[in-house]
Design a binder for this molecule. Structure first.
Ligand SMILES: [Zn+2]
Length: 223
């Protein structure tokens, strides 16, 4: 007669195996230049060094540094799958490879519309550890994509800060230097800068300040 333990470990496909490890979701949010990708890469490399099987995903919309690598602003890189959506990941990597994965990293998570469904299934059902990095807010400080929807699902949430380009204090917001108004305008330091609350508000409300800021920035960079 089969023991109850054996019955409990029988999965839907009818095979016997060890019970899955419980899934986890860890989230890094914050403005641009806050070190989100650096933190994500550090965690993924650490998991990999500990013998866990890892895969990294980024949006195929973001080709700023490399197509098949996640690259932080300070130049650290890790190979990745560049995909238009998360639903296609399982098919791209293959069922066997997906099954063996322990940890999935997701960079620029705000670009994935199916973030919630993917993370929910991967962590709850498939027992994966998800570590993701993304912008919580856009340049208008409004919720960006589905990143904030993940917070009720997460084990941990870490909000990182950058340095204000104007005063060097902690920066919480991403300021767009150009007049473009689309939400997804992909760019780096030429288009965006991190600002503290005071300088963000000044930058948004005093349009004249824009030329002054650039002038100040130029002076600071020359020093
Ligand atoms: Zn400031």
């Amino acid at each position: 007669m089969a023991s109850s333990a054996a019955l409990n470990s029988k999965d839907l496909s009818g095979s016997y195996h060890q019970p899955r490890a419980s899934g986890e979701i860890h989230v890094f949010i914050g403005p641009m230049f806050a070190g989100k990708t650096t933190s994500l890469l550090r965690r993924i490399k650490s998991e990999s060094n500990n013998g866990r099987k890892v895969a990294m995903i980024k949006s195929s919309k973001d080709t700023r540094y490399a197509i098949n690598s996640v690259v932080s602003h300070d130049g650290v890189r890790f190979p990745c799958w560049a995909l238009p959506d998360l639903a296609s990941f399982r098919q791209k990597i293959g069922e066997d490879a997906y099954e063996k994965l322990d940890v999935i990293g997701i960079d620029e998570a705000q670009f994935f519309e199916d973030l919630y469904d993917f993370c929910c299934k991967a962590a709850d059902i498939d027992g994966k550890t998800i570590i993701l990095a993304g912008l919580d807010g856009d340049y208008l400080r409004k919720s960006f994509g589905s990143v904030l929807d993940i917070i009720p699902l997460a084990d941990t949430v870490t909000k990182l800060t950058a340095r204000c380009e104007m005063c060097g204090k902690k920066a919480f917001f991403t300021f767009r230097k150009t007049a473009a108004t689309e939400t997804e305008l992909i760019g780096g330091a030429g288009v965006y800068m991190p600002l503290c609350r005071q300088h963000y508000i000044n930058g948004v409300t005093v349009t004249v300040a824009e030329s002054t800021k650039v002038h100040h920035l130029g002076l600071r960079q020359q020093l």
